[in-house]
Design a binder for this molecule. Structure first.
Ligand SMILES: C[S@@+](CC[C@H](N)C(=O)[O-])C[C@H]1O[C@@H](n2cnc3c(N)ncnc32)[C@H](O)[C@@H]1O
Length: 302
């Protein structure tokens, strides 16, 4: 069967199931089954009977709202293709902005920058930084055993591909003693924590397939962010910077948390391409230069 006919039928089925980008996803699944880049789908030979059966199975699973990335086994993140599947959070395009901000800040560090990625999941942020800042020492922290399996697999694959290996640390990021040996030495600290308030109803792909502990951040969504902000103030060197992703309802709450801590300056809020508040950044003040709680903060660009 010609790919275009099968794709049109699949796109209708996915749209009926409530999948937003139904046509694009049907094309991605067809390209995956045919083993061609999506851009060359129109030039591909038709499906043979086995391929058509496989395609139909995948479309049925996607119509059941299994994430596309679980079906193909990979998620694109900046310049990387990461292995993902059950037990690990699928990295999102909006987090590429935070990773890019971290890379840009790391480039400003003269000596080998020390970059820490808290709540590393698949390793998306840490591995993107390691690829784009080849001189950096990158430490990735995660506590979920299932996520750690994916993180280690991706870290091994990237090291084999020639990137500088990232250091994987198994720890709870809310531990007040987290990474004690790095206290006062970190140049760039990045974190995409679980931040969705518990009462929020999430799409079926998230509810059924992203781990709960990767998504929900307690009743108000700030259960992990609060301790991370406090620990970041201990880990960063004076002038070191923090970037933390948050729920789009927390565009005021997270900058306020940073400002209220008193140990940060240059607190700024960044929006994603859809204009939603997406991540907050700040810089560690020199010790002894503690601001009054409630320092003003500004909205920055991502
Ligand atoms: C939203 S996901 C982010 C994953 C990855 N950084 C990304 O951007 O795709 C949050 C991750 O934090 C981990 N996590 C949640 N609570 C944690 C904690 N207290 N300590 C360490 N990791 C935690 C979860 O297992 C999950 O992998």
């Amino acid at each position: 069967m010609r790919p275009s006919r099968a794709v049109s039928g699949a796109a209708r089925r996915l749209a009926d199931a409530g999948v937003d980008a139904a046509r694009a996803e049907a094309e991605q699944l067809a390209a995956y089954v045919l083993g061609v880049p999506r851009g060359r789908l129109a030039l591909a030979d038709g499906f043979d009977p086995d391929q058509l059966r496989r395609f139909d199975e995948l479309v049925a699973r996607r119509a059941d709202r299994e994430p596309l990335q679980h079906l193909t086994g990979t998620a694109g993140f900046r310049h990387l293709e990461l292995a993902v599947g059950p037990g690990v959070f699928v990295p999102r395009p909006e987090t590429e902005l935070l990773a890019g901000w971290g890379v840009a800040r790391g480039l400003e560090v003269v000596d080998r920058p020390l970059v820490v990625d808290l709540c590393s999941g698949s390793g998306a942020i840490a591995l993107a930084v390691a690829q784009e800042l080849p001189g950096a020492r990158v430490v990735a922290v995660e506590r979920s055993p299932e996520a750690l399996r994916w993180l280690r697999r991706n870290a091994t694959d990237r090291a084999a591909a020639g990137d500088r290996p990232v250091e994987v640390v198994v720890a709870d990021v809310t531990d007040p003693e987290l990474l004690a040996d790095l206290a006062g030495r970190v140049d760039v600290l990045l974190c995409n924590p679980p931040y969705v308030p518990r009462s929020v109803v999430v799409p079926p792909e998230v509810a059924g397939h992203d781990p709960d502990e990767a998504v929900f951040g307690g009743a108000d969504g700030l259960a992990v962010i609060g301790p991370v902000v406090r620990r970041a103030a201990e880990l960063l060197r004076p002038g070191g910077v923090l970037g933390i992703e948050h729920d789009d309802t927390h565009g005021t709450a997270v900058p306020e948390l940073l400002a209220a801590d008193g140990r940060f300056t240059a607190v700024a809020e960044h929006h994603d391409l859809a204009g939603r508040p997406r991540f907050a950044t700040a810089s560690r003040r020199p010790d002894g230069d503690r601001a009054d709680a409630g320092t003003a903060w500004q909205t920055g660009s991502s």
